[in-house]
Design a protein around this ligand. Structure first.
Ligand code: 4AD
Ligand code: MG
Length: 478
């Protein structure tokens, strides 16, 4: 294997006057002389200086945007602006040509919508290179955070027979010929004959299985894909998204909130430390985008300031009931500016309400607790007031809900009663109820939507731009 040095290492190199081999893709080739080469290791390009007078013209013609090349040359201090070093090429080999007439990525600004249509190539842009390096750092940081605290990474199933959230938004998994599935005598689809001998679906959450693990291993976390067939065509929803779900035995809701806040702060800090160049680039990108907006909609903080601000401030904690009071009295509510006016206690909060609390009222991340039981899942611990449950949602600026979690109902009678009230079939969840029969204990957990986290840290506006190949209604290309 040839010795090849990544561009990130070369740009940071203290040593010059050494021979190096670099490989990457041409971003631009100016004046038949200067190649901007990128290999994905950093947002910054390496300048390759071509001795065009002594280079075969037919080779020069093949040095086009998008082509893959291998260069052997000397690393030298650069006289040019914007870079410390450059490579004086001795030998250039084209590994893969790229026809400039046909290559869809031109060296100019493309719209995010257009880039979504060519998602197979968008990794090659500055914006998407930065996004996916940040995504990688965040993903690694999540594992580091939990591993350092002795949590066990648990792989919960992707195919399951349960709908953990009970929201009926599952994708079916079947091996039937869907044009002609076997039927029972009464005319219903006979799932007994299906692959698993029962109806199955893709998981919406690994929580219920995660709880089983926590009831023996104490502290577990999942980090995997989850699937929701909710037909919401928004900038915050995907049909396939990655979720991190820790579950902790002997934790109450306050412990749960403390852990979630520490996790978010840790991973944001890791991104600031490890992806300074990428975040600087994304920060400038966002500033450019904000210039298109009217003055009153622009943010006073840059992306990096926003991230730093999250680290420096305690998240504001308050109950749902307190939040409703604030929202009821708020100017947009009184002036009928909310699309969904706040009429009273008990309704679910819309993202406009969440964002008002975070962006206008408290101006920092908010944790809302103790929601009405009728708008939350069956497994949340019931409070003594008979009205609310020990839920918590973390709300972030520009995002709305980033984390949803709760202390779990560990009392068998209370849990069964709630399942009956909500029409959740107890027979099917016999294994879940068993943990409340044998050695039940107080426990809590939460789910962090990974793409919402990446959205926040990169300052992007659409969740479809922070996952390599987004799945959403009417789209499963690539
Ligand atoms: O609030 P949710 O539905 O909670 C659960 O699934 C619990 N079982 C979590 C737990 O307690 N273990 O989802 C958790 C988070 C949300 O706060 C949001 O960040 C993200 O998952 N999320 C989505 N992200 C992208 N696209 C979607 N369609 C999402 N739905 C939820
Ligand atoms: Mg939720």
């Amino acid at each position: 294997m040839s010795q090849r040095t990544k561009i990130k290492a070369l740009l940071e190199s203290e040593q010059t006057q050494i021979e190096v081999t670099v490989k990457g893709w041409i971003r631009t080739f100016r004046n038949n002389q200067f190649i901007a080469l990128n290999d994905g290791s950093t947002n910054n390009n390496l300048q390759i200086v071509v001795d065009f007078e002594n280079t075969d013209p037919s080779l020069l013609k093949r040095l086009t945007t998008g082509a893959a090349i291998s260069v052997v040359g000397e690393l030298v201090s650069s006289l040019g602006k914007g870079q410390k070093v450059e490579v004086k090429a001795k030998q250039i080999e084209v590994l893969g040509d790229s026809d400039p007439e046909k290559y869809p990525l031109q060296p100019k600004k493309h719209s995010l919508e257009f880039l979504r249509e060519i998602a197979h190539l968008r990794f090659r842009t500055n914006t998407f290179g930065a996004i996916f390096r940040v995504r990688n750092t965040l993903s690694h940081a999540i594992h580091t955070f939990f591993q350092d605290r002795g949590f066990v990474y648990l792989h919960t199933p992707i195919i399951t027979a349960s709908d953990a959230e009970g929201a009926g938004e599952t994708f079916h998994v079947t091996n039937f010929d869907i044009t002609n599935p076997p039927k029972t005598e009464t005319g219903e689809i006979d799932y007994k004959q299906d692959f698993f001998g029962r109806a199955t679906n893709l998981t919406v959450s690994g929580q219920l299985e995660g709880e089983l693990g926590a009831m023996a291993l104490s502290d577990i976390y999942t980090f995997g894909p989850t699937f929701r067939a909710e037909n919401s065509n928004t900038t915050r929803h995907l049909a396939e998204f990655w979720m991190i779900e820790p579950e902790m035995a002997f934790y109450d809701l306050v412990d749960n909130m403390d852990l979630a806040e520490a996790l978010l702060k840790f991973v944001i800090k890791e991104a600031l430390n490890k992806n300074a160049d990428d975040l600087e680039f994304l920060s400038q990108r966002l500033a450019e985008e904000e210039k298109q907006k009217p003055q009153n909609e622009r943010s006073d903080l840059s992306l990096i300031d926003k991230l730093q601000f999250c680290l420096d401030n305690d998240f504001q904690r308050l109950t749902y009931t307190e939040a409703i009071e604030i929202l009821k009295e708020s100017t947009p509510n009184k002036k009928k500016k909310f699309q969904y006016p706040i009429e009273g206690w008990g309704t679910d909060l819309q993202s406009e309400h969440e964002r008002y609390l975070v962006e206008k009222h408290f101006k920092k991340p908010v944790i809302l607790t103790d929601y009405p039981k009728q708008i939350k899942a069956f497994y949340m611990r019931q409070n003594d007031d008979g009205q609310t449950v020990r839920a918590m949602d973390i709300l972030f600026p520009g995002i709305g809900e980033i984390v949803g979690g709760s202390q779990r109902e560990e009392r068998l009678d209370k849990l069964e009663q709630r399942m009956d009230e909500m029409g959740i079939p107890k027979e099917e969840l016999w294994w879940y109820l068993d943990t409340r029969r044998f050695g039940a204990c107080p426990h809590a957990g939460f789910g962090l939507g990974f793409e919402r986290l990446v959205l926040f840290v990169t300052g992007m506006g659409n969740i479809r731009d922070v996952i390599p190949f987004p799945r959403f209604p009417k789209n499963a290309e690539f």
